[in-house]
Design a binder for this molecule. Structure first.
Ligand SMILES: C[S@@+](CC[C@H](N)C(=O)[O-])C[C@H]1O[C@@H](n2cnc3c(N)ncnc32)[C@H](O)[C@@H]1O
Length: 274
Protein backbone atom coordinates (compact mmCIF):
# COMPACT_ATOMS: atom_id res chain seq x y z
CA UNK A 1 0.00 0.00 0.00
CA UNK A 2 3.00 2.33 0.41
CA UNK A 3 3.10 4.77 -2.46
CA UNK A 4 -0.69 4.79 -2.76
CA UNK A 5 -1.62 8.40 -3.70
CA UNK A 6 -4.27 8.57 -0.96
CA UNK A 7 -1.70 7.56 1.65
CA UNK A 8 0.74 10.07 0.17
CA UNK A 9 -1.88 12.80 0.51
CA UNK A 10 -2.53 12.10 4.20
CA UNK A 11 0.81 10.79 5.43
CA UNK A 12 3.27 12.97 7.33
CA UNK A 13 6.24 11.39 9.02
CA UNK A 14 6.67 13.73 12.03
CA UNK A 15 3.00 13.71 12.99
CA UNK A 16 3.46 12.03 16.39
CA UNK A 17 5.98 14.60 17.57
CA UNK A 18 3.85 17.47 16.25
CA UNK A 19 0.74 16.20 18.08
CA UNK A 20 2.54 15.56 21.38
CA UNK A 21 4.24 18.98 21.23
CA UNK A 22 0.90 20.70 20.55
CA UNK A 23 -0.83 18.86 23.41
CA UNK A 24 1.95 19.94 25.79
CA UNK A 25 1.83 23.52 24.51
CA UNK A 26 -1.94 23.51 25.15
CA UNK A 27 -1.23 22.54 28.78
CA UNK A 28 -2.63 18.98 28.51
CA UNK A 29 -1.34 16.40 30.98
CA UNK A 30 -0.04 13.57 28.77
CA UNK A 31 -0.39 11.11 31.66
CA UNK A 32 -4.11 11.79 32.06
CA UNK A 33 -5.37 12.47 28.53
CA UNK A 34 -9.04 11.96 27.69
CA UNK A 35 -10.74 11.69 24.28
CA UNK A 36 -12.13 15.20 24.93
CA UNK A 37 -8.56 16.58 25.11
CA UNK A 38 -7.82 15.09 21.69
CA UNK A 39 -11.07 16.00 19.92
CA UNK A 40 -9.78 19.19 18.23
CA UNK A 41 -7.13 17.06 16.47
CA UNK A 42 -8.39 13.50 16.15
CA UNK A 43 -11.95 14.15 14.94
CA UNK A 44 -10.62 14.55 11.41
CA UNK A 45 -13.75 15.50 9.50
CA UNK A 46 -16.00 18.53 9.00
CA UNK A 47 -18.15 19.18 12.07
CA UNK A 48 -15.72 17.27 14.31
CA UNK A 49 -17.05 15.96 17.69
CA UNK A 50 -20.56 17.48 17.42
CA UNK A 51 -21.02 15.68 14.06
CA UNK A 52 -19.82 12.39 15.59
CA UNK A 53 -22.31 12.80 18.45
CA UNK A 54 -25.12 13.48 15.94
CA UNK A 55 -24.36 10.34 13.93
CA UNK A 56 -23.96 8.19 17.08
CA UNK A 57 -27.35 9.36 18.33
CA UNK A 58 -28.91 8.36 15.00
CA UNK A 59 -27.51 4.84 15.47
CA UNK A 60 -28.75 4.65 19.07
CA UNK A 61 -25.78 2.74 20.55
CA UNK A 62 -26.37 0.74 23.73
CA UNK A 63 -22.68 -0.02 24.35
CA UNK A 64 -22.92 -3.75 23.59
CA UNK A 65 -22.13 -3.29 19.89
CA UNK A 66 -19.04 -4.62 18.13
CA UNK A 67 -18.16 -1.72 15.78
CA UNK A 68 -15.91 -1.39 12.71
CA UNK A 69 -14.74 2.15 11.81
CA UNK A 70 -13.78 2.21 8.11
CA UNK A 71 -11.20 4.87 7.26
CA UNK A 72 -10.65 5.44 10.98
CA UNK A 73 -7.89 8.04 10.60
CA UNK A 74 -6.31 8.96 13.95
CA UNK A 75 -9.10 7.06 15.70
CA UNK A 76 -10.93 9.94 17.38
CA UNK A 77 -14.48 8.80 16.57
CA UNK A 78 -13.59 5.14 17.39
CA UNK A 79 -12.26 6.17 20.81
CA UNK A 80 -15.33 8.34 21.42
CA UNK A 81 -17.64 5.35 20.78
CA UNK A 82 -15.49 3.13 23.02
CA UNK A 83 -15.21 5.71 25.80
CA UNK A 84 -18.68 7.25 25.79
CA UNK A 85 -20.78 4.16 25.04
CA UNK A 86 -18.42 1.30 25.99
CA UNK A 87 -18.52 -0.28 22.50
CA UNK A 88 -15.70 -2.57 21.34
CA UNK A 89 -14.32 -0.82 18.23
CA UNK A 90 -11.87 -1.84 15.51
CA UNK A 91 -10.60 0.71 13.02
CA UNK A 92 -9.08 0.13 9.60
CA UNK A 93 -7.22 2.74 7.58
CA UNK A 94 -5.11 2.90 4.42
CA UNK A 95 -2.63 5.43 5.86
CA UNK A 96 -0.03 3.57 7.93
CA UNK A 97 1.06 6.70 9.79
CA UNK A 98 -2.53 7.34 10.93
CA UNK A 99 -2.79 3.77 12.22
CA UNK A 100 0.38 4.35 14.28
CA UNK A 101 -1.08 7.62 15.60
CA UNK A 102 -4.40 5.92 16.42
CA UNK A 103 -2.53 3.27 18.42
CA UNK A 104 -0.40 5.87 20.24
CA UNK A 105 -3.41 8.03 21.15
CA UNK A 106 -5.39 4.97 22.27
CA UNK A 107 -2.54 4.00 24.64
CA UNK A 108 -2.38 7.57 25.97
CA UNK A 109 -6.12 7.55 26.68
CA UNK A 110 -5.93 4.06 28.25
CA UNK A 111 -8.50 2.59 25.84
CA UNK A 112 -6.47 -0.28 24.37
CA UNK A 113 -8.90 -2.86 25.79
CA UNK A 114 -11.75 -1.22 23.85
CA UNK A 115 -10.25 0.03 20.57
CA UNK A 116 -7.71 -1.43 18.11
CA UNK A 117 -6.53 -0.34 14.69
CA UNK A 118 -5.26 -2.03 11.53
CA UNK A 119 -3.57 -0.92 8.36
CA UNK A 120 -5.80 -2.05 5.51
CA UNK A 121 -7.99 -1.18 2.56
CA UNK A 122 -11.73 -0.61 2.83
CA UNK A 123 -12.10 -2.44 -0.49
CA UNK A 124 -10.67 -5.62 1.07
CA UNK A 125 -11.65 -5.45 4.71
CA UNK A 126 -9.43 -7.74 6.78
CA UNK A 127 -12.36 -9.22 8.73
CA UNK A 128 -14.61 -12.30 8.54
CA UNK A 129 -18.14 -12.12 7.15
CA UNK A 130 -20.83 -11.05 9.65
CA UNK A 131 -18.36 -9.88 12.35
CA UNK A 132 -19.89 -6.54 13.33
CA UNK A 133 -23.12 -5.10 14.71
CA UNK A 134 -22.29 -1.64 13.36
CA UNK A 135 -20.04 -0.49 10.52
CA UNK A 136 -19.26 3.21 10.89
CA UNK A 137 -17.53 5.51 8.43
CA UNK A 138 -17.03 9.28 8.38
CA UNK A 139 -15.51 11.23 5.50
CA UNK A 140 -13.53 8.38 3.97
CA UNK A 141 -15.54 7.33 0.91
CA UNK A 142 -14.67 10.51 -1.01
CA UNK A 143 -11.23 8.95 -1.61
CA UNK A 144 -12.76 5.71 -2.93
CA UNK A 145 -13.86 5.35 -6.57
CA UNK A 146 -15.35 1.84 -6.44
CA UNK A 147 -18.39 2.50 -4.28
CA UNK A 148 -20.16 -0.72 -5.32
CA UNK A 149 -17.28 -2.73 -3.93
CA UNK A 150 -16.92 -0.51 -0.83
CA UNK A 151 -20.56 -0.90 0.18
CA UNK A 152 -20.54 -4.63 -0.63
CA UNK A 153 -17.52 -5.04 1.67
CA UNK A 154 -19.25 -3.07 4.44
CA UNK A 155 -22.38 -5.23 4.05
CA UNK A 156 -20.29 -8.43 4.01
CA UNK A 157 -18.79 -7.81 7.46
CA UNK A 158 -22.12 -6.74 8.99
CA UNK A 159 -24.29 -9.25 10.82
CA UNK A 160 -27.80 -9.64 9.37
CA UNK A 161 -29.82 -6.75 10.79
CA UNK A 162 -26.60 -4.87 11.59
CA UNK A 163 -26.36 -1.14 10.94
CA UNK A 164 -24.19 0.94 8.65
CA UNK A 165 -23.65 4.54 9.87
CA UNK A 166 -22.31 7.01 7.34
CA UNK A 167 -21.18 10.60 7.25
CA UNK A 168 -20.15 11.33 3.68
CA UNK A 169 -19.27 14.16 1.36
CA UNK A 170 -21.43 14.01 -1.80
CA UNK A 171 -21.22 15.78 -5.14
CA UNK A 172 -23.35 18.93 -5.34
CA UNK A 173 -25.09 20.15 -8.47
CA UNK A 174 -22.75 23.09 -9.22
CA UNK A 175 -19.77 21.23 -10.67
CA UNK A 176 -16.51 19.87 -9.30
CA UNK A 177 -14.99 21.21 -6.06
CA UNK A 178 -12.26 23.81 -5.82
CA UNK A 179 -8.93 22.30 -4.73
CA UNK A 180 -7.02 21.85 -2.51
CA UNK A 181 -9.67 20.22 -0.34
CA UNK A 182 -8.97 18.41 2.91
CA UNK A 183 -9.19 14.98 1.25
CA UNK A 184 -7.40 15.81 -2.00
CA UNK A 185 -5.06 18.43 -3.40
CA UNK A 186 -6.02 17.48 -6.96
CA UNK A 187 -9.02 15.70 -8.55
CA UNK A 188 -7.00 12.47 -9.02
CA UNK A 189 -7.94 11.05 -5.57
CA UNK A 190 -11.36 12.70 -5.21
CA UNK A 191 -14.43 10.62 -6.08
CA UNK A 192 -17.68 12.34 -5.24
CA UNK A 193 -21.11 10.95 -6.15
CA UNK A 194 -24.54 12.53 -5.77
CA UNK A 195 -26.62 11.55 -2.76
CA UNK A 196 -29.04 9.77 -5.12
CA UNK A 197 -26.30 7.70 -6.80
CA UNK A 198 -24.81 6.85 -3.39
CA UNK A 199 -28.17 5.68 -2.10
CA UNK A 200 -28.64 3.45 -5.16
CA UNK A 201 -25.21 1.85 -4.66
CA UNK A 202 -25.98 1.23 -0.97
CA UNK A 203 -29.35 -0.35 -1.73
CA UNK A 204 -27.78 -2.55 -4.42
CA UNK A 205 -25.39 -3.86 -1.72
CA UNK A 206 -28.34 -5.11 0.36
CA UNK A 207 -28.63 -2.13 2.70
CA UNK A 208 -31.99 -0.56 3.55
CA UNK A 209 -32.14 3.12 4.42
CA UNK A 210 -33.46 3.76 7.95
CA UNK A 211 -32.40 7.43 8.21
CA UNK A 212 -31.07 9.84 5.59
CA UNK A 213 -30.30 13.43 6.61
CA UNK A 214 -28.84 16.10 4.37
CA UNK A 215 -26.48 17.88 6.80
CA UNK A 216 -25.03 20.37 4.32
CA UNK A 217 -26.21 23.43 6.27
CA UNK A 218 -24.65 22.25 9.56
CA UNK A 219 -21.44 21.39 7.66
CA UNK A 220 -21.44 24.83 6.03
CA UNK A 221 -21.86 26.59 9.40
CA UNK A 222 -18.91 24.63 10.83
CA UNK A 223 -16.79 25.15 7.70
CA UNK A 224 -17.46 28.90 7.64
CA UNK A 225 -16.39 29.24 11.28
CA UNK A 226 -13.17 27.37 10.50
CA UNK A 227 -12.55 29.40 7.34
CA UNK A 228 -12.90 32.65 9.33
CA UNK A 229 -10.34 31.43 11.86
CA UNK A 230 -8.00 30.34 9.05
CA UNK A 231 -7.33 34.04 8.39
CA UNK A 232 -5.31 34.32 11.61
CA UNK A 233 -2.49 32.35 13.21
CA UNK A 234 -2.90 28.58 13.59
CA UNK A 235 -4.58 27.52 16.85
CA UNK A 236 -2.43 25.35 19.14
CA UNK A 237 -4.67 22.30 18.64
CA UNK A 238 -6.44 21.56 15.38
CA UNK A 239 -6.54 19.42 12.27
CA UNK A 240 -4.14 21.84 10.56
CA UNK A 241 -1.45 19.75 12.34
CA UNK A 242 -2.45 16.87 10.07
CA UNK A 243 -3.27 18.76 6.90
CA UNK A 244 0.10 20.42 6.35
CA UNK A 245 1.20 23.79 4.97
CA UNK A 246 -1.84 24.48 2.76
CA UNK A 247 -4.42 24.01 5.56
CA UNK A 248 -5.73 27.58 5.25
CA UNK A 249 -6.55 27.15 1.54
CA UNK A 250 -8.22 23.81 2.37
CA UNK A 251 -10.44 25.34 5.06
CA UNK A 252 -11.41 28.22 2.75
CA UNK A 253 -12.24 25.81 -0.09
CA UNK A 254 -14.29 23.55 2.20
CA UNK A 255 -16.55 26.49 3.07
CA UNK A 256 -16.67 27.75 -0.52
CA UNK A 257 -17.49 24.33 -1.98
CA UNK A 258 -20.39 23.84 0.44
CA UNK A 259 -21.59 27.42 -0.07
CA UNK A 260 -21.60 27.04 -3.88
CA UNK A 261 -23.16 23.57 -3.62
CA UNK A 262 -20.19 21.89 -5.24
CA UNK A 263 -20.21 19.59 -2.23
CA UNK A 264 -22.92 18.39 0.14
CA UNK A 265 -22.78 16.38 3.34
CA UNK A 266 -25.16 13.70 4.56
CA UNK A 267 -25.66 11.33 7.46
CA UNK A 268 -27.30 7.98 6.88
CA UNK A 269 -28.09 4.87 8.90
CA UNK A 270 -28.89 1.70 6.97
CA UNK A 271 -29.81 -1.83 7.95
CA UNK A 272 -28.19 -4.91 6.43
CA UNK A 273 -31.05 -6.88 4.95
CA UNK A 274 -28.87 -9.20 2.85
C1 LIG B 1 -10.63 12.71 6.34
S1 LIG B 1 -9.96 11.26 7.03
C2 LIG B 1 -11.26 10.79 8.16
C3 LIG B 1 -10.74 9.97 9.31
C4 LIG B 1 -11.77 9.54 10.35
N1 LIG B 1 -12.86 8.81 9.73
C5 LIG B 1 -12.30 10.72 11.10
O1 LIG B 1 -13.44 11.12 10.80
O2 LIG B 1 -11.62 11.24 12.01
C6 LIG B 1 -10.16 10.07 5.72
C7 LIG B 1 -9.50 8.76 6.03
O3 LIG B 1 -9.89 7.76 5.09
C8 LIG B 1 -8.79 6.91 4.87
N2 LIG B 1 -9.01 6.18 3.62
C9 LIG B 1 -9.13 6.67 2.37
N3 LIG B 1 -9.28 5.67 1.48
C10 LIG B 1 -9.26 4.50 2.18
C11 LIG B 1 -9.36 3.12 1.83
N4 LIG B 1 -9.51 2.72 0.57
N5 LIG B 1 -9.30 2.22 2.82
C12 LIG B 1 -9.15 2.60 4.12
N6 LIG B 1 -9.03 3.88 4.50
C13 LIG B 1 -9.10 4.83 3.56
C14 LIG B 1 -7.62 7.87 4.83
O4 LIG B 1 -6.39 7.21 5.01
C15 LIG B 1 -7.99 8.82 5.96
O5 LIG B 1 -7.47 8.38 7.18
Amino acid sequence: MAGNPVETHYGRSDLGEAILAALKAAGKDLDHLTPDDLAPIDEFHGGQRPATIRLAELVGFTGTERVLDVGSGLGGPSRYLAWHYGCRVSGVDLTAEFVRMAEMLTRLTRLTDKADFRHGNALELPFEDMSFDVVWSQNAAMNIADRDRLYREMARVLKPGGKLALQEVAAGSAGPPHYPEQWARTPGISFLFSQEATREALEAAGLRVLVWHDTTQAALDAAQARARNAGGPAPILGTHLILGADWQAMFRNSARNLEERRTELFNAVLEHVG
